[in-house]
Design a protein around this ligand. Structure first.
Ligand code: COA
Length: 198
């Protein structure tokens, strides 16, 4: 099942504010979306013109599925909450599923921002909505995305291969999953670990 989830309220983390997009974000988005090597990893072509960014923003604001990751007032990336992959994995057909995607400006890679944002969205989805299964996928050669997903508790469910329009060749996708039970278990283990450490 694919529950209705709308990106409406901001989420605050230690360093970031995640919030719905605004049309005034176009320049910030264009700044990272036009850089080679960012979009291609997430299956889209870099924006060659700010008009492409504006069209993307308009659609994104209407759809209410994507958080802007903001750091010190600047948009540095996105976390998107997409239609689930339960068709591909029928064992989850009776669960409330969504699929996650993340993009961060190349200037801010390796600082833990993607992990911080993704973890915050996962917490909100599992505690503030009906969602109880999350998927995320990446190209098998996208090591950064693999590390991000594993860091946030997602683990391998399967893989598929298909022709890809972005890379103009057959590519392999790794599909990861995190259930609400696993997420709760992980948090419980963390808490017990901290108590034991005292
Ligand atoms: C995938 C992507 C979002 C990951 O971003 P990132 O900046 O590499 O992710 P993070 O910074 O959160 O995590 C990476 C590292 O920072 C580390 N980190 C975590 N918290 C940290 C902190 N507070 N300070 C410094 N580093 C930290 C993590 O441990 C991790 O280290 P590792 O790579 O050695 O395991 C980014 O590379 C990207 O936008 N790529 C292009 C688009 C893309 O591939 N999207 C995914 C499509 S499926």
């Amino acid at each position: 099942m694919d529950p209705i989830v709308k990106v409406e309220k901001p989420i605050l983390t230690d360093r970031l504010i995640l919030r719905p997009f605004r049309m005034t974000d176009a320049e910030d988005v264009f700044e990272y979306a036009s850089v080679d090597g960012v979009g291609q990893m997430a299956r889209w072509i870099p924006h060659r013109d700010i008009e492409i960014t504006k069209a993307w923003l308009k659609k994104t604001i209407e759809n209410q599925k994507t958080y802007a990751i903001t750091y010190r007032g600047k948009v540095i990336g996105t976390i998107s909450i997409n239609h689930s992959k339960e068709d591909m994995f029928p064992q989850f057909k009776d669960r409330e599923c969504k699929s996650l995607g993340a993009v961060v400006s190349k200037d801010f890679w390796g600082k833990g921002f993607a992990s911080e944002a993704l973890e915050a969205v996962i917490t909100w989805l599992f505690t503030g909505t009906q969602v109880d299964v999350l998927f995320a996928s990446h190209y098998d050669f996208n090591e950064r995305s693999a590390r991000l997903q594993h860091h946030c508790g997602l683990h391998k469910l399967g893989e598929t291969s298909e022709y890809d329009d972005i890379w103009k060749k057959d590519v392999k996708f790794i599909h990861n999953v995190l259930t609400k039970e696993e997420w709760l278990d992980g948090r419980w283990a963390d808490i017990v670990g901290k108590i034991t450490d005292c």
